[in-house]
Design a binder for this molecule. Structure first.
Ligand code: CA
Length: 237
């Protein structure tokens, strides 16, 4: 996808030259010569970059900058004609990312455009990396051939996902998080099923039996989920 550039310049010959040269570089370009039109076009087009003349009919470049800065994150290269304007532009009072004083060479403008687009792409990539890293915490607990994938809420046995009910998954996760501890049926019921669950501790026994059939090599002689006589259960790993 080529990058989109909006050119705002009211001087017809300069507008045409900018349009021609930017298109020749492979950019998708639209050009307008009026301040109000510039704001409308930017809202519709969502350009990757704005080349913005300062003195314009309708709204001037400063006003356009102010409006668009509130609405979108777009790099802006200002075109100024007068030396006394430069102070305001350079002072970044309006938030231009770069500026050129007329007359300027097309070569210079193209270099600035390229630099701004490259900078934005770098920032975007960095943000994406940070987001991807923080949004997908892969938390996998492993006990030999048994794995609990907390991101996918999945139990894997010998590398293959098991068909387990949500409560079986939650029960196993709770047991695994308290590995080596004796957990009473009442505690398990409360923590996995919740206070408002209507049922009794046999619910826990049933789910433990189901789990054993799936994750124990010999469900009749369990090595992972151990029954503690008169107590409850203990997960060995
Ligand atoms: Ca002008």
């Amino acid at each position: 996808m080529p990058e989109t550039i909006l050119v705002v310049e009211d001087e017809p010959s300069l507008q045409e030259t900018l349009l021609y040269n930017l298109q020749k570089q492979g950019y998708r370009v639209e050009a307008v010569g009026d301040g109000l039109q510039a704001v409308e076009t930017a809202r519709r087009l969502r350009p990757d970059l704005l080349v913005l003349d300062l003195m314009l009919p309708g709204l001037d470049g400063f006003e356009i900058c102010k409006i668009l800065r509130r609405e979108m994150n777009v790099p802006i290269i200002m075109l100024t004609a007068r030396d006394d304007e430069i102070d305001r532009v350079v002072g970044l009072e309006v938030g231009a990312d770069d500026y050129l004083t007329k007359p300027f060479s097309m070569r210079e403008l193209l270099a600035r455009v390229k630099a701004q687009l490259r900078r934005t792409a770098l920032v975007r990539d960095e943000l994406q990396k940070i987001q991807t890293a923080s949004e997908t915490p892969v938390e996998i607990i492993t006990f030999g051939n048994l794995q609990i994938n907390q991101t996918r809420r999945e139990i894997l046995f010998n590398g293959a996902p098991l068909a387990a009910k949500p409560k079986e998954y939650e029960l196993l996760l709770y047991l695994a998080q308290h590995r080596g501890q004796m957990l009473s049926r009442e505690i398990i019921l409360e923590r996995v099923w919740g206070w408002d669950y209507i049922g009794d501790s046999r619910t826990v026994d049933v789910h433990v039996r189901w789990l054993r059939q799936k994750i124990e090599s010999d469900p009749a002689n369990p090595a992972r989920i151990i029954t503690v006589r008169g107590g409850g259960y203990r997960f060995e790993g």
